[in-house]
Design a protein around this ligand. Structure first.
Ligand code: PNS
Length: 162
């Protein structure tokens, strides 16, 4: 039984995240999508809203072989990963610019917990420029984000901003 943690802010979940989760499902028996509770950030969506959106958009993936769970966590990621009995942390790498920060985190996490491996995965090219931050910014300024987030997320974003 191979278990991975896929951590992030997921504010909101994008099609890039879903792409990584689907790819991760080929490698792991179980993936725990772990939403970081970060009191220092002012998110667009509450933890409860992010959980609900993730549950909704993960339904089709959940029907496949891999077990996908949604949780939230506080504190050090590696402590949470150990507590969950995870073997690995999955992170998506879109461009070289992501690599530097992700490498730092991966090495720091390894120093804290050498048992836990970090697995970097590349999303489909179509999502290589998609981030929650950009999607929110473009949408809030009236731009088009069709195809970049699941429909359920788009409609929640519309509701938020009316
Ligand atoms: O989606 P994000 O915001 O890029 O995710 C960042 C995340 C949640 C992976 C990172 O901030 C994190 O692991 N935070 C938990 C606190 C922690 O463990 N910090 C030390 C990292 S080396």
């Amino acid at each position: 039984m191979r278990r991975a943690i896929y951590p992030g802010s997921f504010d909101p979940v994008t099609n890039g995240h879903l792409d990584i989760i689907k790819r991760g499902c080929k490698l792991f028996d179980e993936i725990i999508i772990a939403i970081l509770v970060n009191p220092d950030k002012k998110p667009l969506f509450s933890i409860e809203e992010r959980r609900a959106m993730l549950h909704e958009v993960l339904l089709p993936i959940k029907q496949q072989e891999c077990n996908v769970i949604v949780e939230d966590f506080q504190g050090l990621l590696v402590h949470y990963a150990v507590q969950k009995g995870a073997d690995a942390i999955v992170r998506g790498i879109r461009a070289v610019s992501d690599y530097e920060y992700e490498l730092q985190m991966a090495l720091m996490n390894r120093r804290q917990e050498p048992r836990i491996e970090t697995v970097f995965m590349m999303p489909a090219e179509a999502y290589s420029y998609v981030s929650s931050r950009l999607v929110k910014e473009v949408f809030q300024l009236g731009g088009n984000i069709d195809g970049l987030v699941p429909d359920a997320v788009l409609s929640r974003m519309r509701n938020k901003l009316v």
